[in-house]
Design a protein around this ligand. Sequence first.
Ligand code: 5GP
Length: 181
Amino acid sequence: MNKETVMCRGQRFRLYLSEEQIQQRIQELGAQITNDYEGKKPILIGVLNGAFMFLADLIRAIDLDSEIDFIKLSSYGDAKVSSGRVHELKSIDAQIEGRHVIVVEDIVDTGLSMEFMMQRMNEYKPASVEVAVLLHKYEATQVDLDLKYVAFPVPNLFVIGYGLDYGQLARNLSQIYVLDE
Ligand code: 5GP
């Protein structure tokens, strides 16, 4: 299944980050979070749909009592560029007042979704909020964000796989692929 190139919706994508690279980096982040949250019980809030795979691997790399919940935002639709409009499609169920929250996101692009997330989380009055993000498109980010745990800073590319979709497909790939233009 770990191919060098994949086709998705008639377009070719080439390997960008291998399963080994992803998994190794997640182990490092998990160890860092385990260390930073020693004695605490963090709650990881995954941003659906894209973060489900990253959250699943990240939480297994964290050696602490920890909880999960999910929120669902919308902004992209089926397009390859950010629309810049964010709204909440599913809210969290957990009580996070006074809790140590780690927002888990697949990718920060313009940063507008994450800015919206941080505002929402702060309304719940958690004890702390940090962000764990798999990919940060640092050149595209338009807002000031404090991203504590970034697995991979990436240039302005369109990527799929490992939870990230192209028109809802490609989420099942274990590796990350970039549009081969
Ligand atoms: P932002 O609000 O930061 O512009 O966008 C965040 C969301 O856009 C991500 O959660 C993700 O769903 C989507 N997104 C941004 N860049 C990419 C990309 O390169 N590939 C895919 N598949 N989704 C992306």
